[in-house]
Structures are given as structure tokens and as C-alpha cells.
Design a binder for this molecule. Structure first.
Ligand SMILES: Cc1cc2nc3c(=O)[nH]c(=O)nc-3n(C[C@H](O)[C@H](O)[C@H](O)COP(=O)(O)OP(=O)(O)OC[C@H]3O[C@@H](n4cnc5c(N)ncnc54)[C@H](O)[C@@H]3O)c2cc1C
Length: 332
């Protein structure tokens, strides 16, 4: 395993932010991971795990060891349970599961990133979250080098959240998934249903592969291509408001919402668009013309510029609507 010094992380983060990692290595096995941990202990360095860098914002150089995860492989425990090593690409896993008659993940097609990062913020799209399919998460505690297996309950999954966001010492080595034996189509998410209603498909007889293809097509239509307009997907979480805050917001603006467990989920993109940000910004960074939740860059900026830009949106939304947006990706 090679450890490089003063490594540019530009090509390993989807915003193409050009900062340096003091040390960098890429690992393909758990043994290499343990070696990397030893190195960090010897030099007394903080460590940062990175998968495909599609949900991470470097605001400055990283004065420690960045470990890029390339641990690949899968173990089929039985026809429902499969263990996927954490460096595998998420979308390829969804595709594979469908081809192997393991159903349910179709709505989560084409989300960038690794399998190992999927539990971190409990990735979700089109009415589904990965937590619905996770049985357990296997990890190594970097402080003790011991394995710890988190049950689904211990993962404490919520909307774009999990226990791992506050337990950064755990490196996820594999995720054990439990999928369905039979197709279980769910296109109840409004924009997905509208998409299929306006397509030539017979909506009553959709197959999982139709949903996989439909979700993939829809994502290509509504989201900018992150290989051309660099981005991390949604830069802000949607708002989850208590009733009082929701009522106050509706006195200022009529918003679409979704009610669950006496809380109100409001699309933050709606407010950002209403405030006039969609398609607007500065030379190196702006709000996407296609999707108001997405901030895009031209790859010529330093990490601080994007955070300053995001902060100006947060302040403006607060001034106009008295609600506080929360940044979704990990800030380093
Ligand atoms: C165009 C685009 C669309 C997107 N759409 C969606 C969407 O629909 N829904 C959604 O939920 N997300 C979406 N995202 C965000 C992103 O795809 C997910 O968060 C994904 O899980 C990130 O995976 P990654 O491997 O790139 O993680 P990274 O960006 O590399 O890391 C993210 C965080 O996880 C930590 N981490 C990574 N691997 C490990 C590990 N093995 N063990 C412990 N910690 C780890 C990192 O330290 C960091 O804190 C989108 C991003 C883009 C660019």
C-alpha cells in the first residue's frame, strides 16, 4: 500500500474542489485498512474515509490521512440476504440485485457513491430509504481496531441521518442487506407516478426493471450531470417542521408539503427557487438551473467559496421565510 504526501483531492470529490490531503492512500483489503490506521497512529494524524467523494465538501486542506475505500466483493448468504463490501459502487449493486431477483432497491437506482457510505446519511430517493433494506452494518473501530456489528436498530436511522454521523471512528467494511423475494413495485412518490403516467408503459403492470429504468431516466432529466456540472446532489436537506413553525411559514408563502407523525416536510428547493436563486450565483459556483437544491461548480474554486455561497443562501432564506436550511453533505 502506497502512502502519498500532499495529494490533490480534486479528482476524488464530485465538486472537484482543489485542496490537498497531507497524506493519502487507497485500500483494497481490511488488512491494508489496518496498516493505514497504524500509520496514522504512528504519525498522530486524524483520518478521513472517502468513498466516491459525492457527498463531501472540502473547505480547506486536510491535515491528516485520507483513506480511499476500494474494498470490493459480495457474499450471498441466502436468496434474500447479501453482504456487500463497502467499496462497491451503489448503483452497480442495485443493478446486480435486480438481475439476481433480489427486489426492492429499484427506486434508489443511480444514486452516486459507494455501498459503504449508503448508511451514513441513510440515502433515499423517490419515497424509499436504504435503511428499509439494511439488516446490519459491519465496521471496524479505528480506536481499538476491533470489529463491531451494528444491528439495524443500533444504526438509529432517520431522515438523511444515522448513528455513524456522530461516530466517525467507525469505518464501515460491509453492509448486510435483506431484499424482497417477490417484486414489490412502489411508484406512489408523486413525481415518479407522474413520470410513468406520461410514459407509454402500462402503469398497472410495471416490472421492477421498468421502475429501475424509469428512475434512472427521471434522474437524468431533473438532475445536472455531476461529471459536467460538478455537484454533490442536494446541498440542503428538506425541512422537517413542527406544526407551529409550519403554520408561521404558510403565513409568508404557500408551500407544498408532506405530513408525517405530526411533522411537516417541506421541499427546501421550493423556497430557494421562490427566493430567486435557481440558475443564479457567482462565477465559479451557482444554484443549478435544473434543480434548486443542487449547487454546481466549474471546478475552479477553493472549498471556502462554496460554503460562503451556501451560507448566503441560508441567510437569504431565513430573512425571507424565517426557516433555517441545513447543509446535507459532510463539511471537512
Ligand atoms: C448527482 C448526485 C445525486 C445524488 N442524489 C442523491 C439522492 O438521490 N439521495 C441521497 O441520499 N444522496 C444523493 N447524493 C449524495 C451521495 O450520492 C450519497 O450521500 C452517497 O452515499 C455518498 O457516497 P460516497 O461513497 O461518494 O461518499 P463520500 O462522499 O466519499 O463520503 C460521504 C461521508 O461518508 C463517510 N464515509 C464514506 N465511506 C465510509 C465508510 N466506508 N465508513 C465510514 N464512513 C464513510 C465519509 O467520511 C463522509 O463523511 C447524490 C450525489 C450526487 C453527486
Amino acid at each position: 500500500m502506497k502512502i502519498e504526501e500532499n495529494y490533490s483531492i480534486k479528482d476524488i470529490n464530485s465538486l472537484r474542489i482543489n485542496q490537498l490531503a497531507k497524506y493519502f492512500c487507497s485500500i483494497e483489503t481490511v488488512e491494508q485498512f489496518l496498516e493505514a490506521i497504524e500509520f496514522s497512529k504512528l504519525k498522530n494524524l486524524p483520518i478521513l474515509f472517502i468513498g466516491e467523494g459525492s457527498n463531501i465538501v472540502f473547505t480547506k486542506d486536510y491535515d491528516g490521512l485520507v483513506i480511499k475505500n476500494n474494498i470490493l466483493g459480495k457474499i450471498e448468504h441466502d436468496e434474500r440476504i447479501v453482504e456487500i463490501f463497502s467499496g462497491e459502487n451503489w448503483h452497480k449493486f442495485v443493478d446486480w440485485s435486480l438481475s439476481n431477483e433480489r427486489y426492492g432497491l429499484e427506486n434508489l437506482a443511480l444514486i452516486p457513491g459507494t455501498v459503504g457510505a449508503s448508511p451514513i446519511q441513510n440515502i433515499g430517493a423517490y419515497g424509499k430509504e436504504v435503511s428499509a433494506f439494511i439488516k446490519e452494518v459491519k465496521s471496524i473501530n479505528t480506536l481499538t481496531a476491533e470489529e463491531r456489528i451494528f444491528s439495524k436498530e443500533e444504526c438509529n436511522f432517520g431522515y438523511r441521518s444515522s448513528v455513524f454521523q456522530n461516530k466517525k471512528e467507525y469505518f464501515i467494511t460491509s453492509v448486510v442487506f435483506e431484499t424482497h423475494l417477490e417484486p414489490c413495485i412502489d411508484i406512489s412518490y408523486v413525481s415518479l407516478e407522474e413520470f410513468f403516467r406520461s410514459s407509454p408503459k402500462d402503469i398497472e403492470n410495471l416490472k421492477p426493471k421498468d421502475v429501475f429504468d424509469g428512475v434512472s431516466s427521471l434522474r437524468k432529466i431533473i438532475l445536472p450531470d455531476h461529471n459536467i456540472e460538478f455537484n454533490v446532489g442536494s446541498f440542503f436537506k428538506n425541512l422537517i417542521l413542527e406544526e407551529g413553525d409550519f403554520r408561521n411559514l404558510t403565513k409568508i408563502i404557500n408551500v407544498p408539503y408532506y405530513e408525517a407523525n405530526s411533522k411537516y416536510k417541506v421541499p427546501s428547493g421550493y423556497l430557494i427557487e421562490a427566493a430567486g436563486w435557481k440558475g443564479n450565483g457567482m462565477k465559479n459556483v451557482k444554484v443549478s438551473e435544473q434543480h434548486a437544491l443542487v449547487i454546481t461548480t466549474n471546478g475552479n474554486l477553493d472549498g471556502n467559496e462554496i460554503v460562503r455561497f451556501a451560507d448566503s443562501i441560508i441567510d437569504d432564506i431565513y430573512d425571507k421565510f424565517k426557516v433555517k436550511l441545513e447543509i446535507e453533505p459532510t463539511l471537512i
